[in-house]
Design a protein around this ligand. Structure first.
Ligand code: AP5
Length: 228
């Protein structure tokens, strides 16, 4: 298949899909199951905002409005993170790339390192249902585990199943108005990547309206063909 990997190069997987599709949820599961590193540009940008760096200050208003942060900022952040030693284990890109310019820059970065994209996994969902998913989302501030009021509640209220912390957090951009802007940005600027990766022969589609565990099974089976 296109995207086949030589054993000497670390696997590179992309999770593609609109806000709320489950990219973060599935990336964390892939990280645990396959020992890959989750690289979420959303998380990296939120860390930059929290740190008050120049990049963070430039990104803050755009993120709050539900738009896409400029390619130069995102690429600089991603390039730095990809250069870190732990990425030699292989990576799952979550929320990146989001524009054709980002996808082309990623191809170049990987080619310089003798790597390539092994699979771009598209999480196919119904947009209307994404508002419900996002409105119910919260995350453990201590370890990053994601939860949902209805679909993935912690076993003990307000307590993280993974690390036991009582530090749940809801994102500032998880309100219905901003979610609609984020969905628009996805369809206008990110959805063209479906054709981009189809043309490269690496696009794989997963029905992401199923239960979380069923999606994990489907993605795990795809990932195994790459990571094995
Ligand atoms: P980012 O943080 O990447 O957000 P997003 O793409 O909008 O995606 P989400 O995190 O909202 O959703 P997800 O698909 O990860 O879903 P999750 O697993 O959490 O980006 C935020 C912002 O940063 C952007 O708007 C932009 O401004 C900027 N940005 C980031 N990257 C950028 C880039 N490359 N270029 C430019 N700007 C960039 O699941 C959602 C909820 O649903 C959870 O509560 C979960 O428990 C639940 N859930 C998951 N799966 C299921 C299921 N199958 N059934 C029921 N519930 C489920």
């Amino acid at each position: 298949m296109d995207g086949a990997r030589t054993p000497q190069t670390p696997p590179v997987l992309i999770l593609l899909g609109p806000p709320g599709a489950g990219k973060g949820t599935q990336a964390r599961m892939l990280e645990k199951e396959f020992g890959l590193v989750q690289l979420s540009t959303g998380d990296l940008l939120r860390a930059a905002v929290a740190a008050g760096s120049d990049a963070g200050q430039a990104a803050k208003a755009v993120m709050e409005a539900g738009g896409l942060v400029s390619d130069d900022i995102v690429l600089a952040i991603l390039r730095d993170r990809l250069a870190a030693g732990d990425c030699a284990k292989g990576v799952i890109l979550d929320g990146f790339p989001r524009t054709t310019a980002q996808a082309e820059a990623l191809d170049e970065m990987l080619a310089e390192a003798g790597q390539r994209i092994n699979a771009a996994i598209l999480l196919e969902v119904d947009d209307v249902k994404m508002v419900v998913r996002i409105a119910g989302r919260f995350t453990c501030r201590a370890c990053g585990e994601g939860y949902h009021d209805t679909f993935k509640a912690p076993k003990v209220a307000d307590t993280c199943d993974c690390c036991g912390a009582q530090a749940m957090n809801r994102r500032a951009d998880d309100n219905p108005k901003t979610v609609m802007s984020r969905l628009d940005a996805y369809h206008e600027q990110t959805a063209p990547l479906i054709a981009y990766y189809t043309d490269k022969g690496v696009l794989r589609r997963v029905d992401a309206m199923q239960e979380i565990a069923a999606i994990q099974g489907a993605i795990g089976a795809l990932a195994r063909t790459v990571v094995a």
